[in-house]
Design a protein. Structure first.
Length: 220
């Protein structure tokens, strides 16, 4: 098998969107080969970063390492990638360990061919170089994309928000409730919107203050 990262399917016409199947891939990483199928049955946070040995990326990876056990507790694995080589990744994680005392516990994949980055829209056409933007893809245990975000190269991601979003998605899957703005585990969710006039009328007759906004307790 070629060492180059590649997708297991023809490239889509556009990057995967929320609710669509994630594009299959197979890549070399700092912890051995990984594929999308490696994570079947668990959540996966797939992250792209612009380049190794850069200040914002280093801050993100230190923060991700410190939050790693929180992701694991929610059944979520982490997989990072950039177009840097595997050898650059290895040198970088060793430097982070030596300079900051932080072990990077999750794999970092090389994507020298840019096949995976292209399939996921991690390299934006308007950019003047081949660095990947800060893309984040939460993929559920069935292999579907449930959340995606892109940050510019100069702006670091909020790791707490990724944890919160993961918890919100898990809550919706478990209870069927939606999660309002700023929701955190243990707080009330809300019923999904009514889909018929009869359903809206039934909610009003139940004495709710607003038929279109009805909080419900989540499992605490």
């Amino acid at each position: 098998m070629s060492a180059a990262a590649h997708t297991d399917a023809a490239l889509p016409a556009c990057p995967p969107r929320i609710g669509e199947p994630a594009v299959p891939f197979r890549m070399r990483t700092t912890l051995g080969e990984r594929s999308l199928e490696s994570y079947r049955g668990r959540w996966l946070l797939l992250l792209s970063h612009p380049a190794d040995f850069t200040p914002v990326c280093t801050s993100e990876f230190i923060a991700l390492a410190k939050a790693y056990e929180q992701f694991q507790a929610m059944g979520c694995d982490l997989l990072a990638l950039s177009v840097d080589s595997l050898f650059s990744h290895l040198a970088w994680v060793r430097s982070i360990r030596d300079q900051f005392g932080v072990e990077i516990p999750f794999p970092i994949a090389e994507d020298l061919s840019m096949a995976v980055a292209a399939a996921y829209g991690m390299i934006h056409p308007a950019d003047t170089n081949t660095s990947t933007v800060r893309g984040s893809f939460l993929i559920d245990p069935t292999g579907r994309v449930r959340l995606l975000s892109y940050y510019p190269m100069a702006t670091g991601r909020n790791i707490d928000e990724l944890l919160r979003a993961l918890a919100a998605l898990r809550e919706t899957d478990a209870s069927g409730l939606s999660t309002p703005a700023g929701w955190r585990p243990g707080e009330d969710g809300v019923l999904p919107p009514p889909l018929t006039v009869a359903e809206a009328d039934a909610r009003s007759e139940a004495g709710a203050p607003a038929w279109y906004y009805q909080p419900r307790a989540t499992d605490r």
